[in-house]
Design a protein around this ligand. Structure first.
Ligand SMILES: Cc1cc2nc3c(=O)[nH]c(=O)nc-3n(C[C@H](O)[C@H](O)[C@H](O)COP(=O)(O)O)c2cc1C
Length: 205
């Protein structure tokens, strides 16, 4: 039997992304988010317009999208309920958010120089993608949300995650993304079934 419900959120499970951007004084900001999807060499990011990240993206037009693995969950959680925005927007303050200038320091992540953009890579994340902002779209929501279209310029990956004998293929058996599932952290289980889609993809790309 199915019920009809009115859930407050529809976070059915997506990978966590740590977005690093530059503040106006050139210090780095780092924010966890998970409303992200990818197609070809582009991504779409859903972020609150009240975040420091969106303010920085509007001004700097670039960022690094760092993908944490399951093992980094504790460090990622330290970034929750923090904002680089000062003063803290009222709605966030009411939820218990506080201002934090040094987001990297608070979770012991290491900012490392990127190759193309000015925002730093997060050294501990196995995957880091340098990106530029193509467009910022309005998003239909009761809350002020921006849908930020980014183009990926450079992908850095920990070598051990590559498929053996290849130089550009990420091995899905080895990559363990951190998943946000209705505001809780999850990992992936094992592969369930050999995918028919994987075969043509592997031979084409
Ligand atoms: C795991 C996780 C996922 C999140 N996903 C999103 C998201 O997809 N979009 C969003 O606007 N905020 C998301 N948040 C909340 C932001 O991290 C929060 O708004 C934060 O204050 C942004 O930081 P900033 O203001 O310094 O940019 C998420 C938080 C956590 C911990």
């Amino acid at each position: 039997m199915h019920n009809t419900i009115n859930p407050k959120i529809l976070y059915f499970g997506t990978p966590v992304v740590l977005i690093s951007t530059l503040n106006e004084d050139s210090s780095p900001n780092l924010a966890p988010m998970s409303s992200a999807w990818w197609i070809n060499q582009s991504g779409m990011l859903g972020m609150s317009k009240k975040s420091k990240t969106v303010e920085n993206l509007e001004r700097e037009r670039e960022c690094v999208l760092n993908l944490p693995c399951e093992g980094l969950v504790g460090a990622v959680d330290k970034l929750a309920l923090l904002t680089g925005k000062n003063p803290v927007p009222v709605a966030k303050a009411n939820m218990g958010y506080r201002y934090e200038k040094d987001k990297f320091g608070i979770c012991d992540f290491t900012p490392t120089k990127s190759q193309i953009v000015k925002a730093p890579l997060v050294k501990e994340c196995p995957i880091q993608m340098e990106a530029i902002v193509k467009e910022i779209h309005a998003f239909d929501s009761p809350h002020p949300i921006a849908a930020i279209e980014v183009k990926i310029l450079k992908v850095h990956i920990e070598e051990s995650l590559l498929m053996e004998g290849t130089k550009d293929h990420v091995d899905p058996e080895k990559w363990r993304p951190l998943i946000m599932n209705f505001c809780e952290f999850f990992g992936l289980s094992q592969k369930l079934y050999p995918s028919r889609l994987a075969e043509p993809f592997l031979s084409r790309y």
